[in-house]
Every structure is written in structure tokens, then in C-alpha cells.
Design a protein around this ligand. Structure first.
Ligand SMILES: [Fe+2]
Length: 334
């Protein structure tokens, strides 16, 4: 690492370790006089190291840095020199509000809504390699962002439920969700079909879905039900290192709102139903392996989205956590 006096590798509460790999890897800024410009130069000088650490450890946390605002967060990301993946281009089902072209609110869902573990956009053919989170206002209580090493989860799931793990790997998954005709910010998955698909007409929506390999059906109240093509459920991120790269837990447990029934949200790629007991094991493992990042204002966390899952605990008070996505990848079942 190219050093900057006052910035040191540090420990962070609830930090986990697996062998010699810390989760998350963490840097602390102990010099209150450092300027944002100095930090941005330090990030730029060390960007290869930080990206490699996010892949090796799953996540890298930065605490105590002179980054109090979303605009400072934007400059920090710019220094990493990674390609922006704008929310507007994503097929995410969450309602979000852009702060800058790179930075948006993580999810507008109300405080009591729990968001279950997932890899960002693993339920669509387009996903980001990296995701960054930033805390502008820490909540009064709750509101942690739990993170989970998905490679460790998949290894343990394969030991405890070998048939289920193999079936996930062999057939992949298909996801079904119902999109409203207008944004519904009360739902964790309330993004309208117009916004999700970047279209204005039903004809254009049908073309976009067909191009992406989805099947679909129009429902009452201008709602659109869409089912993805078969998508991979497991990813080999490095030789011998496989991650449970999917939205199985979130879709099975959490895709619930006035339009969506979680029992209808996910199937194996061959159309068969999921083994409920095995899904419960995956849910339990994710909780057992979770590191809860309890936010402090100014915190930044960089994730390799193919290695670490994330979620959101319910909270009280005002919580402002912003996010940014980078390096769009395509996701196809071989
Ligand atoms: Fe997410």
C-alpha cells in the first residue's frame, strides 16, 4: 500500500475471520486534519489493492474518513476509477433516488421493512461487479447492513444439503415478480415497469423483456408480471471458489407486497419447486455467517458483489445510506 500518515489497517466491531482472511478488511483514518483531496489521492494510488482486497475478503470498510456527504462519497468512488453502472440502466426492482449520476439512495422502503440477503441484481441478466455503500446519517437504532461471505455459505450448504446445492448449480433459478404501473415506495420491490425497463409504452416493455429472454403477462391495474430466463445460481469466482450468487433468500423470504407472493417468486431453472427445508438451511447459514455493519456517519464499505451478499436490518429514526454500483456484467445460463 502507498501509505498516507494517519490511515492504518484497523479492527472493527463484529469483524469476522476465516483463516487469515478478515471480513471485512478495514481501514481507519486517525488523522482528523486529513483533507478529502489527500484521501482521494490515496484511494487513487491504491485502487488496485482495494479492489483486490474486496475480492479476497468480500468487503473493505473505511471508517473515520473526511467524507461526511454524498458528494464526498462520489469523489471517493471516482478515485477508484471503476465504470459507473447507473441505477437507470439497471433492472433492479427497488425504488431509489439519485443524488449524483453515480450515487443513489440504497432503498426507499420504510424502516420496518427487512431486506433479506442477496447479491445485487443476481435476479436479472445484468449485475454490478462492485457495490459501495455510504452512511450520511446513522439511524438511532438498528439499520445495520449485514454482509455474508457467499463462498463460505455455498461450501457449508453443499455439505449440509448436497442435492439441493447441486440442483441449484445444475439448473439455475428463475424469478417471477409483478411490477406496478407507478412507483410504490412503500414496497422493497415497488419500482414501476416503466422505470425498471427504461420504457414508456407497453409495446416497448414487451420488446425489452423479449430481448432479455423473459416471459411476461399483463395483469389488472396496469401491473406487469415477468419471469426471468434461467439464470445461474452459483458462480465460480476463482478456480475452486464458488459463491451462491443468486437472490434465492431474498425472493423466497422477502418478495412480499400487495402484488407479490413469495411462494410464487422463485423456481429452479427446470420449473420445479424449491426444497423448503434446504432453503431454510441457506437462510440460517447466512445469519450464522453474517457480519453486521453498524453504521457510523461517514463510513464507506466496498463490496465485491460476486463474493459478499448484503441485506438491511429494520431501524428506527432517520437513516441515510447511499449506494453506488460499478462494472456492469452480464449473467447467462451456460
Ligand atoms: Fe441490495
Amino acid at each position: 500500500m502507498k501509505p498516507l500518515p494517519g490511515i492504518v489497517p484497523t479492527s472493527i466491531e463484529h469483524q469476522r475471520s476465516d483463516g487469515d482472511s478478515l471480513f471485512p478488511y478495514a481501514y481507519g483514518c486517525e488523522n482528523p486534519d486529513l483533507s478529502l483531496e489527500e484521501v482521494v489521492q490515496w484511494v487513487s494510488d491504491n485502487r488496485d489493492l482495494f479492489l483486490a482486497q474486496s475480492s479476497r475478503h468480500g468487503a473493505v470498510a473505511f471508517r473515520g474518513f473526511p467524507t461526511p456527504t454524498g458528494e464526498d462519497f462520489d469523489q471517493f468512488i471516482a478515485a477508484l476509477n471503476i465504470a459507473n453502472f447507473p441505477y437507470a440502466k439497471s433492472l433492479s426492482n427497488a425504488v431509489r433516488v439519485n443524488r449524483t449520476p453515480r450515487v443513489f439512495s440504497a432503498n426507499e422502503a420504510p424502516p420496518e421493512v427487512k431486506i433479506y440477503f442477496h447479491h445485487e441484481m443476481a435476479q436479472t441478466p445484468l449485475y454490478p461487479k462492485y457495490i459501495l455503500f455510504f452512511c450520511e446519517i446513522a439511524p438511532l437504532s438498528g439499520g445495520a447492513t449485514p454482509l455474508c461471505r457467499s463462498d463460505i455459505l455455498f461450501t457449508q450448504l453443499s455439505e449440509r444439503c448436497p442435492e439441493f446445492a447441486a440442483k441449484c448449480e445444475q439448473t439455475g433459478l428463475r424469478y417471477t415478480n409483478v411490477m406496478p404501473g407507478v412507483d410504490d415506495p412503500k414496497s422493497g420491490m415497488g419500482r414501476s415497469w416503466q422505470s425498471t425497463l427504461g420504457v414508456e409504452s407497453k409495446t416497448a416493455a414487451e420488446k425489452r423483456l423479449s430481448d432479455l429472454g423473459y416471459t411476461f403477462q399483463w395483469l389488472a391495474d396496469d401491473c406487469l408480471k415477468a419471469t426471468t430466463p434461467q439464470l445461474p445460481a452459483v458462480m465460480e469466482v476463482s478456480p475452486g471458489q464458488k459463491t451462491f450468487f443468486n437472490q434465492l433468500i431474498a425472493a423466497y423470504c422477502g418478495w412480499k407486497d400487495p402484488r407479490n407472493d413469495p411462494s410464487d417468486a422463485i423456481r429452479h431453472g427446470d420449473g420445479s419447486k424449491l426444497d423448503a427445508e434446504a432453503v431454510n438451511v441457506a437462510v440460517e447459514l447466512a445469519e450464522e455467517l453474517a457480519y453486521d455493519h453498524q453504521w457510523q456517519a461517514g463510513d464507506i464499505v466496498l463490496l465485491d458483489n460476486t463474493v459478499a451478499m448484503h441485506a438491511r436490518r429494520p431501524f428506527q429514526g432517520t437513516r441515510k445510506v447511499l449506494a453506488s454500483l460499478a462494472e456492469m456484467q452480464t449473467h447467462r445460463f451456460a
